[in-house]
Design a protein around this ligand. Structure first.
Ligand code: NAI
Length: 367
């Protein structure tokens, strides 16, 4: 054991999701309380204390108990421990909050800035997994796959029941809100489908060569953008400027019968408004894997949101960015961020969301 490291003993608290029996069956499930991001031995061999829990809700949770003297906290968007201003007020020793994955909206970033807590995430670790999930969900909805599969599982056979709401992706206008790492990868993957047009809405413009490579056109006004899309995919972080960006009012600008895919963050879309728009037929389908509360309660409106034909729901639990390939990348990334922190080495700038009391990332709203 390195005696210097013991002198700088850190308390690292990780809040991860539970895998139970699946952790033994599949050791690559690294982002779980059982497999602990694969860094337990590495941390403990340096004399650090490493607490891992899934208990995150309320003032008596293990999360709130241990945050009081933790110096580093690791959280994950898949089972978010909400690092609110109130929780931070109890966390006197906290220096760095690391997101095992991408998306740090479960952390009050303004409060972290005031407290000079660094927030870092493993940028890029799961962007391919999400882009693939977006494509899968678009195809699921447009081709009306879920009702088709459910019918077969029920032992039935009725082609017309499914075909009455099944279309081609070819020839449709598809737009992404946010054209960053995921949004751009979605556009790249859409290109071979011969869509009528690809659009994006983002306050940061794509470099011209990147836009030309996928043939995407930028639209500056959200309502104008929405009115042109048959399919809208949301790929922007959740922040003050995107909370309920899709609501009763903006949905009115969407094309009647269009599809909406949200794998970014649940609270970007007003779930009740989406459910109403599906019931009225204005939105033909909604899919994604993110919820405004996670785990989503059994009576969450998006569990029972259907179009006028009883279909159009392609929701899953928050799984898109936690493929096993992604887990390996974000586990390694967390280790690298911690190693830089322990050894006072410069962090990869792309991983920094806030640091030294300022936003380091341009993705969390125009500032
Ligand atoms: P990124 O930082 O590469 O790109 C985000 C883009 O959104 C930026 O170009 C930014 O300018 C744009 N943006 C921000 N606010 C906007 C607004 N008001 N309107 C339009 N565009 C806006 O981030 P990346 O890697 O593409 O990830 C995006 C988000 O996807 C993450 O913040 C996270 O919330 C979510 N995500 C979800 C995962 C899942 O498992 N479902 C996994 C990974 C990320």
């Amino acid at each position: 054991m390195n005696p210097t490291a013991v002198a700088n003993k850190e308390k690292i608290l990780a809040v991860l999701y539970t895998a139970g029996k699946y952790a033994k069956e599949q050791p690559k499930l690294l982002g779980t309380i059982e497999n602990k991001l694969g860094i337990k031995d590495w941390l403990e061999s340096q004399g650090h204390e490493y607490i891992v829990t899934d208990d995150k809700e309320g003032p008596n949770s293990e999360f709130q108990k241990h945050i009081k003297d933790a110096t580093c906290v690791i959280t994950t968007p898949f089972h978010p421990a909400y690092l609110t201003r109130d929780v931070m007020n109890k966390a006197d020793k906290l220096k760095i909050a690391i997101t095992a994955g991408v998306g740090s909206d479960h952390i009050d970033l303004n409060a972290a800035n005031e407290r000079k807590i660094t927030v870092a995430e493993v940028t890029g670790s799961n962007v391919v997994a999400v882009a693939e999930h977006v494509l899968m969900t678009i195809l699921n909805l447009v081709r009306n796959f879920v009702p088709a599969h459910e019918q077969i599982m029920r032992g039935e056979w009725d082609v017309a029941q499914v075909a009455r709401n099944s279309y081609d992706l070819e020839g449709k206008v598809v737009g992404t809100i946010g054209a960053g790492r995921i949004g751009y990868r979605v556009l790249q993957r859409l290109k071979p489908f011969d869509c009528k047009e690809l659009l994006y809405f983002d306050y940061q413009a794509l470099p011209k060569d990147a836009a030309d490579a996928v043939g995407v056109r930028r639209v500056d006004d959200l309502k104008d953008f929405l009115s042109q899309c048959d399919i809208v995919t949301v790929n922007a972080p959740l922040h003050e400027g995107t909370h309920h960006l899709i609501n009763d009012d903006t949905i009115k600008s969407m094309k009647p019968g269009s599809w909406l895919i949200n794998t970014a963050r649940g609270a970007i879309c007003d779930a009740a408004a989406v459910k109403r728009a599906m019931a009225s037929g204005h939105i033909n389908g909604y899919g994604g894997d993110v919820w405004d509360t996670q785990p989503a309660p059994a009576d969450h409106p998006l569990r029972s949101a259907f179009n006028t034909m009883g279909g159009g729901n392609a929701m899953t639990a928050h799984i898109s960015g936690t493929s096993l390939d992604s887990q390996e990348r974000y586990a390694n990334g967390v280790k690298e961020i911690l190693d830089n922190y322990f050894n006072k080495k410069e962090q990869n700038p792309a991983n920094l969301i806030v640091t030294d009391g300022q936003y380091a990332s341009k993705a969390y709203g125009k500032r």
